[in-house]
Write a new protein. Sequence first.
Length: 166
Amino acid sequence: MTKDQITMLYDYNYWANARVLKATTKVSREQFTAPARLSHGSLRGALVHVLGTEVVWRSRCQEGLSVSALPAESELPTLDALQARWGEEERKMRAYLASLTDDGLSAKLHYKTTKGVPFENVLWHVLVHVVNHGTQFRGEAAIALTEYGQSPGDLDMLAFFRERAM
């Protein structure tokens, strides 16, 4: 995996996030927090989980921090708060990705899980995992949005490539 390929994956990741967040601006505050049959209980829960996972993994990769918990929903009570925090995280992640080298992507990342268990993985594996994980939970958010009449549209990577080519 090269730095350019990882950067492209994150370009896709943030494009897909933007589509979901744009659709989310069209739901009511009640719909944003309403219980839903999603892994994290609500549209907000799904989105906070995607963001939180990204924050935790970037902190591990860039700062060597062993984070013990993802941010709680209560830390991001509104869509505005979530969007602001996500914008901040995207800037941090993009700066981190810009600092990487092709060779550095093959280095081992040593970290502890949120339960304190030590692990190691190849850095690029972790970075790809973050995007893949986001895809899963954005998909859950898209289900809720579609049920609320606000589908984010096609989130496929090929749609991203096609849109970029125009």
